[in-house]
Design a protein around this ligand. Structure first.
Ligand SMILES: *Cc1c(COP(=O)(O)O)cnc(C)c1O
Length: 355
């Protein structure tokens, strides 16, 4: 099939790959050789190109630096035993980027530009996709304002880029989390469901306070009453209580519509596992912890896939979860998702694109 867009390719004469130790990758530190770039001006996308990864020039008055019109995506590519590159649910990420763009007054990027740019970049940098189980190539598509103007209004020019990072397993050990009831990540009518850079900026301080107390992540609660569990800031979150899996609905506009979340819900339904999209109150979570009916709790997101939770703090009190060896649903779901992503089992929902 002919490519729907023409992409110019400028290959690096100095690949960095020889100097990389693929056995000790720190998440997000190592970037592959090339990046995809597209520019938006006069109402359309153009100048599609792949270039060596490197610095770029922007003006101090660049609108992103002042008013934060910046959105991003995160997804992963994997290598199967034949050495083929498999990307997980890239269309879903392309769609979500456009939903985020709408909320931030940014232009839509046609899915075929997103996907063609991605495929060409991955084809060129396929040697950067690690083959070892647990490791993968993290893909970071993003878009930001390019106007050189500090008036407050939506920018008229934008840049869309994709770069990639080979990564090892994200959370190798179970995590401890703190239920946050002072600070707020998102409120109804806000930007919580957009994957917007500013949401992260606002979450860093409360996350840092929790880290100082010894917790790796927060469990955010609703911004109004702080009584309902929403999500974990880089991951959606699920609980298994009395045999039922519960995860917050994404209908309030305050929770990111995770692709992993959606995939886990689909697999649970395929297996006949009861799964409910409803809010769990902090009080109900606490009661389940006290009665011992909480069987499993885990974050779900691209970076970690499944992050087992071993400890939850509620209002200063620590609760330990049952040992990870008994977390049957999350372990089964992790094995199934890994199996699909590495091309080891069948892919009944056509989630994989082969490059
Ligand atoms: C990206 C993200 C998630 C997880 O989404 P995935 O598509 O599963 O990676 C969850 N919450 C927030 C706030 C996010 O930005």
């Amino acid at each position: 099939m002919a490519s729907p867009i023409s992409i110019s390719v400028h290959k690096t004469p100095h690949s960095k790959i020889k100097g990389i130790d693929f056995s000790s990758l720190v998440f997000g530190k190592v970037v592959s050789d090339h990046m995809f770039v597209a520019d938006y001006k006069d109402g359309k996308w153009g100048d599609f190109r792949i270039e060596p990864y490197g610095p770029m020039e922007i003006y101090p008055a660049n609108a992103t630096l002042h008013y934060g019109q910046a959105i991003f995506e995160g997804m992963k590519a994997y290598k199967n035993v034949k050495g083929e590159v498999l990307v997980f649910r890239a269309e879903a990420n392309a769609r979500r980027l456009n939903e985020s763009a709408k909320r931030m007054c940014m232009p839509q990027i046609p899915e075929e530009i997103f996907l063609e740019g991605l495929k060409k970049l991955l084809d060129l940098d396929r040697d950067w996709v690690p083959q070892e189980k647990g490791s993968s190539l993290y893909i970071r598509p993003f878009m930001f304002a390019m106007d050189n103007y500090i008036g407050v209004k939506p920018s008229e020019t934008y840049r869309f880029m994709i770069f990639t990072c080979p990564v090892g397993a994200y959370y190798s050990k179970p995590v401890s989390v703190k239920v946050e009831t002072t600070y707020t990540r998102a409120v109804e009518g806000g930007t919580g469901e957009a994957k917007a850079a500013g949401n992260y900026a606002a979450s860093l301080y409360p996350a840092l306070l929790a880290q100082k107390e010894g917790y790796e992540q927060l469990l955010w609660t609703d911004g109004k009453s702080h009584t309902q569990i929403e999500e974990s800031g880089t991951m959606n979150v699920m609980f298994k209580i009395n045999g039922k899996v519960i995860t917050a609905p994404t209908t309030t506009g305050t929770i990111l519509k995770g692709v992993t979340r959606d995939s886990v819900i689909q697999l649970a339904k395929d297996w006949g596992q009861a799964i409910e999209e409803r809010f769990l109150t902090v009080a109900a979570l606490q009661e389940a912890l006290e009665k011992g009916t909480l069987e499993e709790a885990f974050g779900v997101g691209t970076a970690a896939t499944i992050a087992f939770i071993e400890k939850i703090q509620i209002q200063g009190k620590d609760y330990l979860l049952p040992p990870y060896s008994s977390h049957s649903f999350s372990k089964k779901v992790l094995a199934a998702l890994d199996g699909i992503k590495y091309g080891e089992i069948s892919d009944p929902h056509s989630w994989i694109i082969k490059i």
